[in-house]
Design a protein around this ligand. Structure first.
Ligand code: PMV
Length: 331
């Protein structure tokens, strides 16, 4: 019997792996920010999630990946620096790429976002790798197949294939052939996302380890599925009707609930720093004064603010270092 991941890959590809058709391939993938989070898996090996999730892509922020085959030994270069092949990040990358390639390879990854600081760098990373592999093998896969294969590297990578809003459906199949993301047709031109980098240090606990600890030790986590079932239809309706208050409120509530499950794990998993709390209080204060500004937070201390174009100039004056993203009007 083949290993589970190999079985899953063949089931998703719906064909044999085949051989690479060329020696080099290059692809870009952008990162995404979840408005309804993925937190917890029903299958750890295949990154099959317990719940659906929903995200929006940040089109200009991500990773360019180059794969080169004509090499004697495997190496990984991240932003022009060789990555220590014994590091955890490298071993995950090697495990993933080796699922597809039997010969040595060189991987060049150029990020324009902080790595491992809760900016979903792994999402863009694994999505760019599978897009490059698709070219290398000339598989000509659909977005859904690319999404399901990217998921095997990092769950959130499944939502980094298509631009705009993406829904990652959890699926039911044991090999995960139906656990992929699809794009929503709606666009939201005046929606803005503000990246507030409060710390760009690597997070102390990876999402992978954090999810496991939360699932295994937090009693609050037993309600997480219910929270997602509550939030997903609200977000989809907010997007459909361009109801920004509903979008912001639901996304912030969802993020706060996810962090509540983490903080009630043992040992407690606290990604927030004092600076995170301070900015959250600031946002709540602005809201009390009538401003429509919300936030979301991933497995890191940084906040991503949600607001509309009408508040952009005012907010940029309050937070001059904030990076503003236009998810639907950037290339
Ligand atoms: O894909 P991973 O294993 O990096 O997990 C991502 C988890 C969160 O960013 C916290 C939530 C999400 O849905 O992106």
């Amino acid at each position: 019997m083949k290993p589970l991941k190999q079985q899953a890959i063949e089931a998703i590809l719906n064909q044999a792996l085949g051989n690479p058709k060329q020696k080099d391939a290059e692809a870009w993938a952008a990162t995404n920010i979840a408005l309804c989070k993925y937190w917890g898996k029903r299958n750890d090996e295949l990154n099959l999630p317990l719940t659906d999730s929903l995200s929006v892509m940040l089109p200009k922020h991500g990773v360019n990946c180059r794969i080169h085959l004509d090499t004697e030994k495997t190496s990984i270069i991240v932003n022009d620096q060789p990555l220590d092949l014994k590091s955890t990040a490298a071993s995950h990358l090697i495990d993933y790429v080796d699922l597809f390639l039997t010969q040595p390879w060189q991987l060049n990854l150029d990020f324009n976002i902080p790595v491992a600081a809760g900016f979903a760098s792994s999402a863009a990373c694994y999505a760019s790798i599978i897009k490059a592999l698709n070219k290398l093998f000339d598989w000509q896969l659909s977005s859904q197949q690319l999404s399901a294969l990217a998921r095997l590297g990092s769950g959130s990578a499944s939502r980094s294939i298509e631009p705009g809003f993406s829904v990652w459906q959890k699926g039911k199949d044991e090999l995960g052939t139906d656990s992929f993301a699809y794009a929503l047709k709606e666009k939201w031109e005046d929606l803005r996302i503000g990246l507030c980098v409060l710390s760009s240090e690597s997070k102390p606990t990876s999402s992978r380890a954090g999810m496991r600890r939360t699932r295994d030790t937090s009693i609050l986590y037993r309600c997480w599925e219910q929270q997602v079932e509550h939030d997903m239809p609200l977000l989809q309706s907010a997007i459909q009707h361009k109801n920004f208050e509903l979008l912001g409120k639901t996304a912030e509530h969802n993020a706060m609930s996810m962090h509540a499950t983490m903080e009630s794990a043992w040992p407690p998993l606290v990604y927030s720093l004092p600076e995170t709390r301070q900015l959250q209080h600031q946002i709540w204060h602005w809201r009390q004064n009538g401003k429509s500004i919300y936030f979301t937070q991933d497995a890191g201390p940084n906040l991503k603010l949600l607001f509309l174009e009408r508040d952009q100039d005012w907010l940029q004056q309050q937070l001059p270092d904030m990076i503003i993203i236009e998810p639907f009007t950037e290339d």
